[in-house]
Design a protein around this ligand. Sequence first.
Ligand SMILES: [Fe+2]
Length: 148
Amino acid sequence: MTRKLKPIVKVSDELKKMLNDAIAIEIAASVQYMWQYVQAMGVKGKAVAGKFKETAIAEMKQAEELAERLWYLNGTPTTQLAPIKVGESLKEFLELDKKMEEEGIRLYRKIIDQAQKEGDVITAFMIKEILEVEEEHHDLFTTMLEEV
Ligand SMILES: [Fe+2]
């Protein structure tokens, strides 16, 4: 794909790589949660399955948002995903999901620092909003874990 426009913001390859790492996590999370939705069994599993689906869709939207920003910054969104671990019980689903969110949260904090250092305030602002949603997901999984 040829690029017609030069972005007004120039960022380092390091920051672009970090955005791609985030895309890899978000898409992996999306698949992980969606397959957990499909595989959720038992009364408890069925009761909360919708939360997995809802979160899976939210992660895919975040991946799309990140990919758009990265593309604008002259990067190419990756197709290499972070490891996907679905798990075999509701408790295991939630433990894996909590870890996935923690990984994302750690990375988003680093991206915010890096983007600010490079004067890319829009990426920093965008990631702050994504981080807020990730903290909500983390909170959701943690709360659900207490109930299983
Ligand atoms: Fe999330």
